[in-house]
Write a new protein. Structure first.
Ligand code: NG1
Ligand code: ZN
Length: 545
């Protein structure tokens, strides 16, 4: 039997529901778990081909992040820990949608188009989140890999960023770190302890942090990490998965979109808290004040805190490196205003989805990128990293400069440069607050968010909406953008846009304006325009209470 006949035979054990079509979206495939088995098998095949092509280890993560527990998904991770390159997203879609009898033809086409040397030994690293469906789906991925005689390593339960880290470690021959969870904990905790040594007067109260684990993998991994932190951070875990459902009324997405604290968190006024999402690649911070008001510190506030800290250290170290911040259309207008006009840092806006932000951030000496939802990291260029490491051990420079360079060096080590990472971001934020001696309240008042609102509208086919200008303007359907423009004009400091989600079957609506009342009215009116002009289904959107 030829290799392809074998693939075909094995794939029959992972049958594709006839006629089902799915698309590789913002973060891979995502839908209800019970129709994903064939996709998983095929992503095992594709990862094997990608590994042969790049002559490097490729990652496959089984997760649906912040989606409900009954969903699942899969995405591929490229050699340097980044999202798979766009051309291969296209292959992923083709493979996932090929009917059984056409599967091998599609495979052969990819091999031919990419001139893949099939004698090259492939290596695929696999990880999964805590969803009940993830274990069996990850076995389908392994089946796909083995049917092309690929070598795989199953990391089992890991956070998405941990798998990205493993891929990067493996492909740098350990240069980035050791490709084990222990290696990950050791690297991050060492850098964190190095940094917090510079804030010796931290009280136990300041070291205390409440963490909402979204009932997911992040909670499990935070517990494993605890011992490595040597009480320099005292984490109290909530929504640790022992009882509640994944992402249900908890987690970073819930907190960000609902603008309220998760359920099951016992927080005193002023207490610093944070939430991870279901696969621990996003984080948001928050607290309630003595009047009971909820304050959210999202990805925009995180980007501001980190970029300010980096700029200060660079100045103290006398290093002339450019810091830029990459945002998306969801960034609060106040944050962009503050970064550009007060901080004087370069800000650029890309389409939603980490791959776009990551790519843009690579253009700068130091690129800080965060989605407003709390997904982000910092990328240091080779040049920046070399200059920092050199200065940190330069005996001829002043103590002040060397000290600043050492802080920067530990910061580089603490950040997961492969992708946004809730655990790594949390440690960095905690270290920055400690070093600067500021509270979560001091951080919060750096600027005030414009009131904003995110809504979802169900339509028959969300692809009818096409956008331009980093998704800030709708090109189709006809008349939609004009309606939005006319609505926005009625409010002060207002802005609104709509785009089809890449992870859910909905159109997302975003609005901001000078008051919550105005923004709620604007968001509702824009939702109605989408419903009427883009083929809304079900009941008409109702005004917000
Ligand atoms: P979609 O569903 O395309 O809006 C969401 C997030 C993205 C990104 C992906 C992947 C918002 C508005 N969108 O994408 O930023 O994080 O999920 O998880 O938060
Ligand atoms: Zn996530």
């Amino acid at each position: 039997m030829t290799r392809f006949e074998e693939v075909s035979q094995k794939s029959a054990l992972h049958p594709k529901p006839k006629g089902l079509t799915l698309q590789y979206g913002t973060a891979g495939f995502r839908t209800t778990a019970n129709i994903l088995d064939h996709v998983m098998f095929r992503m095992g095949l594709l990862a094997t081909l990608r590994s042969k092509k790049t002559k490097a280890a490729i990652g496959v993560m089984v997760t649906a992040s912040h989606n409900p527990e009954e969903d699942n998904g899969v995405k591929l991770i490229d050699p340097m820990g980044e999202m798979v390159t766009p051309a291969w997203e296209g292959y992923a879609t083709q493979l996932a949608n090929a009917e059984q009898d056409a599967l091998c033809t599609v495979l052969k086409e990819i091999i031919k188009k990419e001139s893949i040397d099939m004698s090259q030994a492939p290596s695929v690293l696999i990880g999964r989140d805590t969803r009940p469906s993830s274990e069996i789906l990850s076995r389908a991925v392994l089946d796909g890999v083995s049917s092309l005689e690929g070598h795989s390593q199953d990391f089992g339960l890991v956070t998405t960023p941990q798998l990205h880290y493993m891929v990067l470690c493996r492909n740098t021959n350990g240069g980035y770190g050791t490709a084990t969870t222990q290696g990950y904990y050791e690297k991050l905790s060492k850098a964190f302890i190095e940094l917090t040594k510079n804030a010796a007067k931290r009280t136990d109260d300041q070291k205390r942090l409440l963490v909402d684990g979204a009932n997911g993998i992040g909670a499990l991994k935070m517990r494993e990490m605890d011992a490595f932190l040597k009480s320099e951070l005292q984490v109290e875990l909530f929504n640790d998965g022992s009882s509640g459902r994944l992402n249900h009324q908890c987690g970073a997405d819930y907190v960000k979109v609902q603008q309220k604290a998760p359920q099951g968190m016992h927080m005193d006024p002023g207490q610093r808290c944070c939430s991870f999402d279901g696969d621990a690649d996003r984080i948001v911070y928050y607290y309630t004040d003595s009047a009971g008001h909820f304050h959210l510190l999202d990805g925009d506030k995180i980007a501001t805190l980190i970029s300010t800290y980096l700029k200060e250290l660079l100045t103290r170290a006398g290093l002339n490196l450019q810091v830029a911040v990459v945002q998306t259309a969801y960034a609060n207008g106040s944050s962009t205003q503050y970064l550009e006009h007060v901080m004087k840092v370069t800000v650029c806006c890309t389409k939603t989805g980490v791959k776009h932000l990551h790519h843009a951030a690579q253009e700068f000496d130091i690129g800080v990128y965060f989605e407003a939802n709390g997904h982000g990291t910092v990328l240091f260029s080779k040049k920046a990293e070399e200059q920092i490491r050199k200065l940190a051990k330069d005996p001829d420079t002043s103590d002040e400069k060397r000290h600043a360079a050492k802080l920067l060096e530990s910061t580089v080590n603490l950040i997961n440069q492969a992708t946004g990472d809730a655990i790594s971001d949390m440690l960095l934020i905690e270290a920055v607050l400690a070093i600067r001696g500021i509270s979560v309240q001091d951080w919060d008042v750096i600027y005030t968010d414009l009131p904003n609102r995110q809504l979802k509208v169900k339509v028959a086919d969300r692809r009818v909406i096409d956008t331009t200008d980093a998704e800030r303007r709708a090109v189709t359907p006809a008349g939609l953008q004009d309606s939005i423009d006319a609505l926005v004009k009625k409010y002060k400091q207002a802005r609104a846009f709509v785009r089809p989600s890449g992870t859910e079957d909905v159109v997302r609506v975003y609005a901001e304006a000078d008051t919550q009342e105005s923004v709620d009215a604007l968001a509702h009116q824009v939702s109605l325009a989408v419903y009427r002009l883009a083929g809304g289904v079900g009941d008409e959107p109702k005004p917000l209470k």
